[in-house]
Design a protein around this ligand. Structure first.
Ligand code: ADP
Length: 399
């Protein structure tokens, strides 16, 4: 039983082929620069050599065709025929209130994802291109969509509504949705398994911090609050996103700088965050390297990033009236010992105690980085959104 997982963006596409018998990855790769000159396909068969090709890939249909060719290539392939793929699972960013869980793709599902284009103009159209490209290449293979927002559909009204006229929610569905749900779900469950305790009995704060970042409060096994909002702009300071700010800044800056809606949106999403404060990089590795060399702007960017993150942890302790486990995941959460150290250094009022040696260890497995007498378990859990998509896809096609 083989499942192909696709994460389609507007000009790129990532894939992983799973053997569901043992949940092993047979191959993975990506296509970049779709629709541009010199598109690149990078294919990595597990245990084999990475292989790159540069060609013209005009659209997603051709991109999927090239992926299938790579997967069945005589030299670099991992299967004999495309017929061996039993199902395809797609990541979809915005499912809004329409999708509380993963579903099989049909005409109505596609129509609904299209109806949500307004809420995710950069993502959902690309996902539809990915789904239709698979349809054209493999018309008889069932497809499943897995939503970044679905895990957060359990948030109560008091957490998801904004305090603005309710008509905006009724008419335009303006509310908080949250993102990275697949990751928060996966790491909260993996943390409970690691601790050999039922997730339902734990209060968990999951910190997914990569280029984009969000925190989730998981109580009774469900998401009760999360830091991203109607769009991924709310919450933490991120690589190039501002995170929370006074909404009155938007019209003020538009007026002073004569910016359009598009321009101010671009500024807050692409020219803010770590990038804006450091003035040099959106990448945490470069920020911490520059900080070690005494760069004042990078130091300030780091301090603001860590401070916002720590304040959110504090607010979720308040939201759940306690915390048993704090989980770090994604690029920064999994790799940056100094971010974890600085955050935990100032959580002493919770009884958090980090073991500095355990914090330094690198490993691809879930691990504890707190001391035995720490009142809160602090874990690093590598995320695996693709595996959740593969599992959901497999489960749904069995039915
Ligand atoms: P995305 O949101 O794009 O999926 P990732 O989860 O890949 O992002 O995270 C990217 C971030 O992780 C970057 O800021 C990068 O600097 C950081 N990162 C990756 N490896 C390390 C490392 N070894 N030390 C510190 N930060 C790291």
């Amino acid at each position: 039983m083989k499942v192909l997982v696709i994460n389609a963006g507007s000009s790129s596409l990532k894939y992983q082929l799973y053997n569901m018998t043992d949940e092993s990855v047979l191959a993975k790769g990506r296509v970049e620069r779709i629709g541009m000159d010199s598109s690149i396909l990078v294919h990595e068969p597990t245990g084999g050599e990475e292989y790159n090709t540069v060609s013209e890939i005009l659209d997603h249909t051709i991109a999927i065709r090239r992926v299938l060719e790579s997967l069945t290539d005589e030299k670099h392939g991992v299967m004999k025929s495309v017929d061996e793929i039993d199902a395809v699972g797609h990541r979809v960013v915005q499912g809004a209130e329409s999708f509380k869980e993963s579903v099989l793709v049909d005409k109505d599902v596609k129509k609904e994802i299209r109806r949500l284009f307004d809420l995710a103009p950069l993502h959902n159209p690309a996902h539809i291109m990915g789904i239709e490209a698979v349809e054209l290449n493999m018309p008889d293979v069932p497809q499943v969509v897995v939503f970044d927002t679905a895990f957060h559909q359990t948030m109560p009204e008091k957490a998801y509504l904004y305090a603005i006229p309710k008509v905006l929610y009724k008419k335009h569905k303006v509310r908080r949705y949250g993102f990275h749900g697949t990751s928060h779900y996966y790491v909260s469950l993996a943390a409970a398994e690691y601790l050999k305790r039922p997730l339902k009995e734990l209060k968990v704060i999951t910190c997914h911090i990569g280029n984009g970042g969000s925190l989730t409060a998981v109580k009774d096994g469900i998401s009760v609050d999360t830091s991203m909002g109607m769009t991924p702009l709310e919450g933490l300071i991120m690589g190039t996103r501002s995170g929370d700010l006074d909404p009155a800044i938007v019209p003020y800056v538009m007026n002073k700088e004569e910016l359009s809606i598009g321009e101010v949106n671009f500024m807050l999403n692409k020219h803010s965050g770590l990038m804006a404060i450091s003035g040099s990089s959106s990448d945490m590795r470069e920020i911490t390297d520059a900080m070690a060399e005494g760069d004042a702007n990078s130091t300030l960017a780091f301090e603001m990033f860590e401070y916002r993150l720590r304040k959110y942890i504090g607010s979720y302790v308040a939201a759940m009236d306690g915390v048993d486990v704090i989980v770090f995941t994604a690029g920064i959460g999994e790799n940056s010992a100094i971010v974890r150290e600085k955050v935990c250094e100032n959580l002493t009022y919770l009884g958090v105690k980090l073991d500095p040696e355990l914090n330094k260890i690198r490993s691809g497995d879930p691990r504890r980085i707190s001391t035995p007498d720490s009142k809160v378990e602090v874990l690093v859990v590598p995320t695996n959104e693709e595996l959740v998509i593969a599992r959901d896809t497999y489960k749904l096609i069995q039915k």
